[in-house]
Design a protein around this ligand. Structure first.
Ligand code: NAP
Length: 339
């Protein structure tokens, strides 16, 4: 191991004991600080956000279950203070990085996290700690989804949960690339927020005329691609509204409900449903292209990919941070701050 500062024996970390989402199953306690081996880096964490994927993970609803007890948190930022002393990890020693948690071990809601060097992205000086902490999950997803629109030469798309961080990035990206977006939200306050971003087509799924207006817009704009993050009945309503041969890509399940669809849309209208997972999308890119993409996104952070931060909480207040976030996700990300 090679380190740039003394590494303490123990640290504070949030630890999950059961996948039931209960506050008492998540405790802040003292844990040993792990030591990096070949290919690994030890990140002294500065900040980590709470994302929907973390909420799902705490309830055992995410696509990955780690052996318990485990530290949650899928992304964050910090400084690499020790490495396994091999080629790639040595390059990161002392660097500020955005980092993603390993798939089977402890995550980012701790004072230190051990991860693979390939899961770290060096941060430019112009990127703040707050934006660095939220660099990986949502900006890369928004970029990947816009990539799908452009690679399929679509001139319009539909998205749900448009007031989310990903949704707002998609609004800005669609304006940047001059692609029409039909942005679906669930309240008038959210509709106002998206209209204030100069979005032209904003629909509230709670309005009585929602289904007809969505259908009219999809046909008028030839919108044959939908990014759906809610699941449940909203998937069925969006699929129903789109023209024959359309494609719905489910990338979230904010309602935590099974996806619904009218079988006739699939059988007689040749509409398709598929899933999107960032981890899978990234695994199909080389390390070099991931790094190039992360640089591009860091350059775009100031305008296109900015994440709203609604509050910062010490790790000891993780339960308050979770409650505040769930009470109003649209307000912005809540960051856990460690050092
Ligand atoms: N597949 C992937 O690889 C991947 C990667 C990144 C993100 N995602 C998904 O992208 C989605 C957005 O993430 P984010 O971090 O951008 O979210 P976020 O900023 O935390 O915002 C969530 C938004 O969804 C709204 N919402 C919550 N529950 C809802 C429901 N049942 N019906 C309709 N709207 C609801 C919230 O509104 P309120 O304020 O009214 O609650 C809020 O506007 C999530 O589903 C997440 O899992 C997927």
């Amino acid at each position: 191991m090679r380190a740039i500062e003394p590494i303490p024996e123990s640290m504070r970390a949030a630890v999950v004991y059961a996948y039931d989402g209960a506050p008492e199953s998540l405790r802040v306690e003292t844990r040993p600080v792990p030591r990096p081996e070949r290919g690994q880096v030890l990140v002294k964490m500065v900040a980590a956000p709470i994302n929907p994927s973390d909420l799902m993970f705490l309830k055992g609803l995410y696509g990955v279950l780690k052996p318990l007890p485990v530290v949650p948190g899928w992304e964050g930022m910090g400084r690499v203070v020790a490495t396994g002393d091999d080629g790639l990890s040595r390059l990161l020693l002392g660097k500020r990085v955005a980092c993603a948690a390993p798939n089977q071990q402890d995550g980012t809601w701790a004072e230190y996290m051990l991860t693979s060097a390939t899961r770290c992205v060096p941060l430019r000086d112009t990127v703040s700690d707050e934006q660095g902490a939220t660099l990986i999950v949502n900006p890369l997803t928004a970029w990947a989804l816009m990539d799908i629109v452009r690679n399929n030469r679509q001139r319009a798309f539909v998205q749900t949960a448009a007031a989310s961080a990903v949704g707002r990035m998609l609004v800005r990206l669609s304006q940047h690339f001059r692609i029409e977006g039909v942005h679906i939200v669930r309240s008038e306050a959210q509709a106002e927020l998206i209209r204030a971003m100069d979005a032209r087509y904003v629909l509230n799924s709670e309005s009585p005329d929602f289904d007809q207006r969505l259908r009219d817009l999809c046909h008028q704009l030839h919108a044959r691609l939908a990014f759906e993050a809610v699941s449940g009945m909203l998937s069925a309503r969006v699929l129903k509204a789109m023209p024959q041969g359309s494609r719905l890509i489910l990338y979230g399940a904010l309602s935590e409900s099974p996806l619904m669809a009218d079988p006739r849309d699939l059988i007689f209208e040749q509409k398709r449903i598929e899933g999107f997972w960032l981890a899978d999308w990234l695994s199909r890119r080389t390390l070099w292209s991931q790094l190039r993409l992360s640089r591009q996104i860091q350059r775009a952070l100031g305008n296109l990919m900015h994440t709203t931060i609604a509050g910062k909480y010490p790790l000891s207040e993780v339960h308050r941070a979770l409650a505040d976030y769930q009470a109003s996700m649209t307000a912005g990300k809540r960051l856990l701050v460690m050092h």
